[in-house]
Design a protein around this ligand. Structure first.
Ligand code: GLC
Length: 487
């Protein structure tokens, strides 16, 4: 019998995505399905999902979802993408906001979503073996499953996996709305209470059968105050059920040999195609068409944990060297202003494109020689893997998933697939960048390094097998409550 897994997520490509979460929520189930698991996804039907995508939707029906004193309409749509079934929860009051996150009532919106996920199971006729929830927006689906549904037949043996993609966002709310918005009774308060507030991520950490994070290193890091954003005591407590599994990337989508967004396609055997992509990007951005000067790229959200402060500190000094610098990303206004100004100041060598543009991002990966990711914290990071596949050699800080995926080049052993530095220090980073640029000028060496980097397997193959094993282990024991006769 096929193992049934329901992914509960606030975003998933190609329908909605603001970052790495959307990639993973789409590509992991796809890999699982290819290996014999019946993995499906449920997410909100945001108004930002375009008509072109909606054209393929099928309406399955509607129910009403009770939550505390509210009783809301919930339509259910279904779509199939590359062999994977997606379900969409429709409620225009909650999800017609022109944006995914950042509304004053996000707590209520996602509480509704989480409750709806459990309520629609009879309608979609899919009772999973595993409910796999991702990040704080879906944390309450785990809490409700274990506190309110585990006494009901067909729900009573569903195992819950909760994955932390980013611990910075925990879903923190005033205790005053415990019952009114979250439908939790006073005697359930201890499950979600943390530092005098409601913290829904903490609730899922308490209730899940298995906690995972997106890299082994991050699973370790979040046990310490430096990384845990105040959740470290409970994460130390729950380490017996915590596991880090490194993300993969979708190699059909990220493939320079077959990428429709590239003007010239290439493989590790035809690197001249990569040089063409560099020239084409330089032309498009009106940068001097230098072939033998390294092009260093960053594609990132402009937020503090991405290490932007390190770049700010040294970029002017670095731009005095023979290099070109291209940045693509959006984020905090202060950083956006800095990089707009940098482009104006250093128009000879730097371009900073302040937007989120998937197509352009792939053209930059294909053009770049080096890819910089100096994160202060990085749960997994996908960009360093995508960069590798496109032959842009990563320069990263040794943290989280960057540590697990990129090993520094060692001139004595000849091993390594990038350049790394340990301390959160701007001049350590600059030193490492210059070390990499030094190697870049040895053409023969560099081509061999690029070829090796491009050949590394960053697909989901190994990691989806680890998830399958984890699901199997969870299902092999029975910790269910007996179904309650009142249900
Ligand atoms: C979050 C993390 C990032 C990770 C992604 C997917 O965006 O910040 O490191 O790669 O989730 O798991």
């Amino acid at each position: 019998m096929k193992r049934k897994v329901l992914f509960v997520a606030s975003e998933g490509l190609p329908y909605a995505s603001t970052g790495g979460l959307g990639d993973v929520v789409a590509s992991l189930p796809k890999a699982l399905c290819q290996n014999g698991t019946d993995a499906r996804i449920v997410m909100p039907l945001y108004d930002t999902i375009g008509q072109d995508l909606r054209a393929e939707f099928q309406f399955l029906g509607s129910i009403n979802v009770p939550l505390s004193w509210r009783n809301q309409y919930c339509g259910v749509f279904e779509a199939k993408k590359e062999g994977v079934t997606y379900y969409f929860i429709d409620n225009e009051y909650y999800f017609r906001r022109g944006t995914l996150y950042g509304c004053y009532d996000d707590g209520e919106r996602y509480a509704f979503f989480c409750k709806a996920v459990l309520e629609i199971l009879p309608l979609i006729d899919f009772f999973p073996d595993i409910l796999h929830a991702h990040d704080w927006q879906t944390a309450l689906s785990v809490v409700y499953l274990k506190l309110h549904y585990s006494g009901i037949a067909r729900y009573n043996n569903i195992k819950a996996v909760f994955t932390i993609h980013n611990i910075e966002y925990q879903g923190i709310f005033s205790l005053g709305i415990l019952s009114d918005v979250f439908e939790l009774a006073p005697w359930e308060r201890n499950i979600v209470e943390w530092n005098g507030d409601i913290n829904v991520m903490k609730g899922a950490i308490e209730c899940c059968d298995q906690l995972t994070t997106v890299s082994p290193r991050y699973a370790n890091e979040i046990k310490s105050p430096e990384f845990a954003h105040r959740l470290d005591p409970i994460l130390r407590d729950k380490q017996y059920k915590t596991k880090g599994i490194l993300n993969g990337i979708d190699r059909t989508y990220y493939d320079p040999a077959n990428d429709p967004d590239l003007a010239v396609r290439y493989t590790h055997k035809s690197l001249s195609g990569k040089a063409d992509n560099k020239r084409i990007l330089q032309q498009a951005l009106a940068l001097p068409e230098w072939a033998d000067i390294p092009l260093i790229a960053m594609i990132t959200r402009l937020t503090p944990h991405k290490g932007i402060d390190l770049v700010k500190r040294i970029i002017d000094e670095f731009l005095n060297d023979d290099i070109q610098f291209v940045l693509l990303g959006t984020g905090d206004a202060e950083y956006e202003a800095f990089f707009r100004d940098l482009e104006a100041r250093r128009h000879d060598k730097a371009r900073c494109i302040i937007k989120f543009d998937k197509k352009l991002s792939k053209r930059i990966y294909a053009a770049a020689d080096l890819f910089l990711m100096p994160s202060r914290a990085e749960p997994c990071g996908l960009a360093q893997m995508i960069a590798s596949v496109y032959g842009a050699v990563p320069v990263v800080r040794e943290v989280g998933g960057l540590y697990d995926s990129i090993k520094s080049y060692n001139e004595f052993t000849g091993k390594g697939n990038g350049f790394t530095f340990a301390n959160y220090n701007a001049h350590d980073m600059l030193y490492t960048l210059r070390r990499a640029v030094g190697y870049y000028h040895d053409k023969k060496f560099w081509n061999r390094l690029v070829q090796r980097v491009m050949a590394i397997d960053f697909s989901w193959k190994a990691s989806s097998a680890q998830y399958t094993q984890l699901y199997n282990e969870l299902c092999s024991y029975d910790n269910s409550c007996p179904p309650n006769s009142f249900a």
